[in-house]
Design a protein around this ligand. Structure first.
Ligand code: ADP
Ligand code: F6P
Length: 321
């Protein structure tokens, strides 16, 4: 292996830059040429690729987003697009590729692996929904952003004796909502993985706590639940008599300077990815297992399923009455 490339794909996540930095620095230290690919698989298809130096990654560890930019790339879902990407790699002498992204990006990496380009996936997504890994880069920062934002909402909702209905990210996964909900002391947490009943799990709980003197409420819902979240505020107001306001935290959750934890995780995962490629090991996904950095076969990793902890869900409810 002489030349490796790195790209970021899918939704950006704070800490991706720490991973890029580790990949570039450790790759060069091992005598490899390291290429940066802009805008995910788009850059591979269209040759938007440049050689990175030790100084290309100076002062980026503290920056949110990704200096390589990111994209969702429909063209790469086609056989033709994939072939173009492989041709680019061949033309530039790229022998191995690190893909920093989520589940979808890893499916793309798997295709390249199948077609003969050794790839290593590094989990970067605020959703924490990569099945083989206990943690993903960006999750900790997003959690802390959610806590900061909801604390602010709590201040105003407490002052007005209101209920704050808050939508957080998580298209298919409720980790941000569940753990964010625990961290802010939400009365109810609604997530895609566990069915809920608005009357029983929200309204009746609010009524019960109203009887013990509670006057302000925080309800946290993941965007991926089946029911529309905004109209819930009106229903809650009608049923409980508590004035309710809806807030969607939106993309603010994806930005910001990464926490120390995400900087360290990004650095460790990026470093591990290069260790693999430098030893001619490809087709792997880097992960955290029992708190340690490990790697799995990419095909097996994509077959794994991650379940939400029912115990954590129960805890969230048991301590918020
Ligand atoms: P994430 O990586 O955050 O889950 P997406 O699901 O949007 O984000 O996937 C990012 C990109 O990965 C897609 O735009 C596409 O280019 C590529 N990709 C996703 N799924 C596949 C697939 N099954 N085959 C090939 N490429 C894929
Ligand atoms: O996968 C990360 C994520 O932030 C999800 O939580 C969210 O559903 C999605 O990306 C939003 O994507 P976009 O930035 O394209 O709107």
């Amino acid at each position: 292996m002489n030349t490796i490339a790195v790209l970021t794909s899918g939704g950006d996540a704070p800490g991706m830059n720490a991973a890029i930095r580790a990949i570039v620095r450790s790759g060069i230290e091992k005598g490899l040429r390291v290429m940066g690919v802009r805008r995910g698989y788009n850059g591979l298809i269209h040759g938007d690729i440049f050689e990175m130096t030790l100084r290309s990654v100076s002062n980026i560890i503290e920056r949110g987003g990704t200096i390589l930019y990111t994209a969702r790339c429909p063209e790469f879902m086609t056989e033709e697009g994939q072939q173009k990407a492989l041709n680019t790699c061949k033309y530039l002498g790229i022998d191995g590729l690190v893909v920093i992204g989520g589940d979808g990006s890893f499916r793309g990496a798997k295709v390249l692996s199948e077609k003969g380009l050794p790839t290593v996936g590094v989990p970067g997504t605020i959703d924490n929904d990569i099945a083989c890994s206990e943690l993903t880069i960006g999750y900790d920062t997003a959690m802390n952003t959610i806590v900061e934002m909801v604390d602010r909402l709590r201040d105003t909702s407490e002052s007005h004796d209101r209920c704050s209905v808050i939508e957080v990210m998580g298209r298919r996964a409720g980790y941000l909502a569940l753990n964010g909900g625990i961290a802010v002391g939400a009365t109810s947490v609604l997530i895609p993985e566990i069915p809920f009943d608005l009357k029983k799990d929200v309204i009746d709980r609010m009524r019960r706590t109203q009887r013990t003197g509670k006057k302000n409420f925080v309800i946290v819902a993941a965007e991926g639940i089946n029911d529309p979240i905004e109209p819930m505020a009106a229903t809650i107001q009608e049923e409980t008599g508590v004035e309710a306001r809806y807030t969607n935290l939106g993309h603010v959750q994806r930005g910001g300077s990464p926490t120390a934890k995400d900087r360290v995780l990004g650095s460790k995962m990026g470093y591990h990815a290069v260790e693999l490629l430098a030893n001619d090991i490809g087709n792997r996904v880097v992960a955290v297992h029992d708190g340690k950095i490990v790697d799995y076969d990419i095909f097996e990793a994509l077959e794994m399923h991650k379940t939400i902890s029912e115990a954590e869900y129960k805890l969230a409810y048991d301590i918020s009455i």
